[in-house]
Design a protein around this ligand. Structure first.
Ligand SMILES: NC(=O)c1ccc[n+]([C@@H]2O[C@H](COP(=O)([O-])OP(=O)(O)OC[C@H]3O[C@@H](n4cnc5c(N)ncnc54)[C@H](O)[C@@H]3O)[C@@H](O)[C@H]2O)c1
Length: 257
């Protein structure tokens, strides 16, 4: 028996990187997984996540969803619940950023990032909770939410104001939902990755940015997407009992030092 045997899960932004690793891990543990993304194409290259999971023998469904659009989010949750009878887990992982400081960030850039990192998490959490409230309690849970946050929702990120403010919103909404819906058996936690190497091109491969990550990470390596997937798996599973509102750091000690 897998640790998520028979459970249904949505993972947003699962075409690439950390979301892809979470979706693969969940499927390997027996979950039926919806890959919800604006694209099929992994940023780091390789075959689409849904093809990979199908090859590995998992149950998977790709679904087009822009989490900044409430109608898309509504259709995503409605479809997952119709496909599998209920929604046990949602992992909110999709993200946007600008790599700009306050004074170089335009109102349009701000809105675009907040549309994903703040509004998108709000839409997904709200619609998932609405669905979960209609479901019977199983093993002390109607449903579980795992929000992928960041250490940069708690400490400043160099030159990316909208990203950091949006991530702070994801840390906060995790606690708010945990408190407001605990009596309804809805469990809401977060995983805060530190610096994770996903293989995507761009700023993530910038030598200065990598050096900054290494200088802030006590552990002798930077993170892997699988490190985050392991933590998300625990929080999404029935092993996570009496834990809600937690923001689990997966950062090699960044926030401890
Ligand atoms: N990689 C890191 O070092 C790191 C560090 C801290 C936190 N995080 C967090 O981990 C999560 C995943 O990061 P990653 O590095 O794997 O990201 P990524 O950029 O590799 O992948 C993000 C995915 O989200 C999708 N996406 C973007 N906008 C979307 C939208 N509006 N609707 C639906 N899907 C959308 C993209 O298509 C992509 O597949 C994010 O929440 C990020 O903030 C990552």
């Amino acid at each position: 028996m897998g640790r998520l045997e028979g459970k249904s899960a949505i993972v947003t932004g699962a075409a690439s990187g950390i979301g892809r690793a979470i979706a693969r891990r969940f499927a390997a543990e027996g979950a039926k997984v919806m890959i919800a993304d604006i694209t099929h194409t992994p940023k780091e290259g390789g075959i689409p996540t849904e093809e990979l999971i199908a090859e590995e023998g998992g149950t998977v469904l790709w679904w087009p969803c822009d989490i900044s659009k409430p109608d898309d989010v509504d259709r995503m949750v409605t479809r997952a619940a119709a496909e599998w009878g209920r929604l046990d887990i949602i992992v909110n992982n999709a993200t946007a950023w600008t790599s700009t400081r306050l004074t170089e960030t335009s109102p349009e850039q701000w809105r675009e990032v907040m549309g994903v990192n703040a509004d998108g998490y709000f839409f997904c959490c709200k619609r998932a909770v609405q669905q979960m409230l209609t479901q019977p309690v199983v093993n002390e849970a109607r449903g579980r939410i795992v929000n992928i946050t960041s250490q940069h929702g708690m400490v400043a990120v160099p030159n990316d104001v909208a990203y950091g403010v949006g991530k702070a919103a994801t840390v906060y909404i995790t606690r708010q939902i945990a408190a407001d819906y605990a009596r309804d058996y809805i469990i809401c936690n977060a995983v805060a990755p530190g610096r994770i190497i996903t293989g995507k091109p761009g700023i993530a491969q910038d030598p200065k940015s990598l050096e900054y990550g290494r200088s802030r990470t006590p552990f002798p390596r930077l993170g892997k997407p699988e490190d985050v997937a392991n933590a998300a798996l625990f929080l999404a599973s029935d092993e996570c009992t009496f834990i809600s509102g937690e923001n689990l750091m997966v950062d090699g000690g960044w926030m401890a030092s």
